[in-house]
Design a protein around this ligand. Structure first.
Ligand code: LYS
Length: 254
């Protein structure tokens, strides 16, 4: 019997995928009239799918950029840790889902200029750990595949780090008292603490990050158009107006 080793088969399938799959260039997209954008839809106030409606700062921003580029939008939602993989498989043209620009991710995708700056902060119950030092021996909930996970793991002496598919699941673990703290986006944390009216408090910022839209590696024509559209929004006042409506401040990187 002629058996092809499994490892070889997988490699062949991957090579085939890499050679046949081709990201749509700016010309292809422009010709089609519609741009396909992916996001998570589970990360308020940045991107949230409620019933059939996608809302959030990043959703509004991307819709605004697409409009400026003369395109209709087709939105696709995916679990956070699938988003960049799907980009590599040409399931959509770009991703806007609060990805921190990290050297690791830059090996796989190309990032646009940052569309906001933020950081990862601790949220806990009153009396819980408020600083990196206080996380010593404490359990922390974070969303899988995120910069929160990466950075919490670096905290010296940190206790169990538990991962959850969605940020909201990690927050629920904190509320239920299954962990001592949750680490997530500082703006998401502010909204959460406000909504929980005294049951949660926000602690220290553990790290800062620049957030950017991602295109498939090498899709320079699309990247250029996105950067131009973003720069225009930032200079003509539309970005500032949108940002203020969501955060009460301009969240662009300074
Ligand atoms: N900013 C974080 C990261 O880059 C997470 C964003 C998505 C959270 N649902 O990993």
């Amino acid at each position: 019997m002629n058996v092809i080793p499994r490892a070889l088969l997988t490699l062949t399938a991957l090579t085939l995928l890499a050679t046949t799959a081709q990201a749509r260039t700016w010309d292809d997209i422009k010709k089609s009239g519609t741009i396909r954008i992916a996001t998570e839809g589970a990360f308020p106030p940045f991107n949230l799918l409620k019933g059939k409606e996608l809302t959030g700062f990043e959703v509004d921003l991307a819709n605004q950029l697409a409009k400026g580029l003369g395109l209709k939008v087709q939105w696709i939602t995916q679990p956070f840790d699938n988003l960049l993989i799907g980009l590599g498989q040409d399931r959509y043209d770009f991703v806007i889902a609060s990805h921190g620009i990290t050297p690791e991710r830059q090996k796989a995708v190309d990032f646009a200029s940052p569309h906001y700056c933020t950081g990862g902060a601790i949220v806990t119950k009153p009396g819980g750990p408020m600083t990196a030092a206080a996380l010593k021996g404490k359990s922390v909930a974070v969303q899988v595949g995120t910069t929160y996970l990466e950075n919490v793991q670096k905290v010296p002496g940190v206790g169990a780090v538990k991962t959850f598919p969605k940020d909201t699941d990690a927050q629920a673990a904190l509320m239920a008292g299954r962990v001592d703290a949750w680490v997530g986006d500082k703006f998401t944390g502010i909204d959460l603490v406000k909504a929980q009216k005294g049951k949660l408090v926000q602690g220290a910022l553990l790290f800062n990050e620049r957030i950017g839209m991602a295109v498939k590696k090498g899709n320079t024509t699309l990247l250029k158009e996105l950067n131009t559209a973003l720069a225009k929004s930032m200079s003509d006042g539309s970005y500032a107006k949108l940002s203020t409506s969501y955060f009460g401040q301009d969240v662009r990187c300074k």
